[in-house]
Design a protein around this ligand. Structure first.
Ligand code: SAH
Length: 479
């Protein structure tokens, strides 16, 4: 992070705004809303100062600020668009140890003014570190759209009940647990549905139970969540929601940093990653660990790449949980075949090409391939092969041996949906050589079928890293 995010308490403190423009007006407005004593310096005030001019906490000076003005100030804003005056403001502020921000002049900024979503007392601030204010603004608009106005009221409601919780529950841990289960449970449901009275009644009931040590969430639970193929934007809302609730997360190799960073910050993280042949934890050990953690009353997030029920051994883990009587829920994710196909512009079915699509894994129990070749070699279908990179040469030649034409299109999507996605296209006859030359790191999905041709015109996902890599190989970006 380039900056330290903080919310500053400026109630009753002096804030300096130099300038009378519309930008200055916005700075003044926000500072007044935060309860500051604002001193604005400008010969004239823009029309946007209408409604602010007579505010009791606003003092207007028709001159430039001077050094003594900075004594005791909390922050100083420059918004004159006059280079000399902006620099003078910055230097005086600096000299007086007052934080300064000059609009649009990065070198005169000690801090950034974020884009905000105001659901007071709930305030969301967004910053792109000054690199892309437009992105921050677009994001702000989106959050505005999805965040119900009542959220602010819910926050205020919680605020009013804080004292009671403080007196009833003695430890910070107990309070956090209580707030999480209430604010995300029936209390919030009732409140957001407009019934504040019922919400409060429920709240007090739950608080009494918590104070008596009757833990509302005594039994832990396991969330088996599909995290999709890599692009964090492909998570479901439900996945994100549970990632924010978990006390502990078990994740493996396919889960990238972009996704793991979305898990609640203070959740414990346990890596159970497996590389082929190099198991960090064996499958039974993982299942046992899930049971153990849930029995401790924890909300356990089992995060899986793609979809947990597609070549994810999700079923095996759940069988153990079911036997042990541990409650669980399963959240589907976008499976690699779906994500890779979309991001490579390869429709898995198409009326002119394929009426069916089959998903197979080239990794059998104990490394033995046990594929149903009669089914795989049928015409008019697409075959998506998981874990096929290691045995690619065998797979391609076996298709041909089983009578599939050697010029049937085939593709490998490596690191699908991620910034380093690469697609290698060829035919059954030459895909292996091309893949060798491209030195793909995996994970990779193999797609066999004439639908692969369609990607020539449907390929939409452009990513810089892959282009760079292709250039360094001397190939065209499309390989
Ligand atoms: N449950 C997962 C599959 C786990 S098996 C799912 O539904 O996607 C692991 C295999 O999935 C890898 O060997 C690879 O074949 C495929 N895979 C997973 N993520 C991938 C990605 N981002 N790009 C390409 N293939 C991927």
């Amino acid at each position: 992070m380039d900056h330290l995010p903080i919310f500053l308490d400026v109630k009753g403190r002096k804030v300096i705004v130099d300038g009378g423009s519309s930008i200055a007006a916005r700075r003044v407005e926000r500072a007044l809303q935060a309860g500051a004593k604002v001193h604005v310096f400008a010969d004239e005030l823009d029309d946007e100062f209408r409604g602010l001019r007579d505010h009791p906490d606003l003092t207007h000076h028709t001159r430039a600020p001077e050094l003594p003005d900075f004594v005791g100030a909390a922050v100083a804003y420059g918004a004159t668009e006059n280079e000399e005056r902006d620099r003078a403001l910055y230097e005086m502020a600096n000299h007086s140890h007052v934080l300064a921000n000059v609009a649009d002049v990065t070198e005169y900024c000690d801090f950034i003014t974020p884009s905000i979503i105001d659901r007071s007392p709930l305030v969301i601030a967004i910053s792109s570190g000054g690199a892309a204010p437009i992105i921050a603004r677009i994001l702000r608009a989106r959050i505005e759209a999805i965040l119900p106005a009542t959220y602010g009221k819910l926050a205020a409601f919680s605020g009013r009940l804080r004292e009671r919780v403080m007196t009833k529950l003695k430890t910070a841990g107990a309070r956090r647990e209580f707030w999480e289960s209430t604010i995300d449970g029936p209390v919030a449901d009732k409140f957001l549905a407009g019934d504040e009275k019922a919400a409060k009644k429920q709240f007090l009931k739950e608080l009494d139970a918590a104070a008596l040590g009757q833990d509302i969430a005594q039994v832990g639970e396991v969330y088996l969540v599909g995290a999709g193929p890599g692009d964090p934007d492909l998570l479901t809302f439900r996945a994100l929601h549970l990632m924010q609730r978990a006390d502990v997360v078990l994740y493996d190799r396919l889960i990238g940093d972009g996704i793991i960073n979305l898990v609640r910050r203070d959740a414990e993280r346990i890596y159970v990653g497996k590389k082929p042949g190099n198991h960090a934890l064996s499958q039974p050990e993982i299942s046992d660990l899930l049971v153990k953690l849930a029995r401790e009353g924890k909300r356990v997030l089992r995060l899986k790449g793609g979809d947990p029920f597609i070549f994810g051994r999700g079923g095996e883990e759940l069988e153990t949980l079911a036997e042990a009587g541990i409650p669980f829920q399963v959240i589907p994710g976008i499976t690699a075949a779906s994500g890779c196909a979309s991001y490579a512009g390869i429709p898995l079915t198409h009326r002119d090409h394929a009426q069916a699509c089959i998903f197979v894994t080239a990794h059998g129990q104990d490394g033995v391939l046990s594929l149903d070749w009669d089914t795989m070699a049928r015409p008019g279908q697409t075959v998506a092969i998981y874990m096929g990179l290691g045995s690619l040469e065998f797979l391609m030649s076996e298709f041909i041996k089983r009578g599939v034409p050697a010029d049937t299109p085939a593709a490998i999507v490596d690191n699908g949906t991620r910034p380093n996605q690469r697609v290698v296209k060829g035919t059954l006859a030459d895909l292996y050589q091309k893949a060798e030359a491209a030195k793909l790191p995996g994970p990779a999905l193999v797609i066999v079928g004439s639908v692969v041709e369609l990607s020539d015109s449907l390929n939409w996902y452009k990513n810089f890293e892959a282009d760079k890599h292709a250039m360094s190989l001397g190939a065209s970006p499309d390989l």
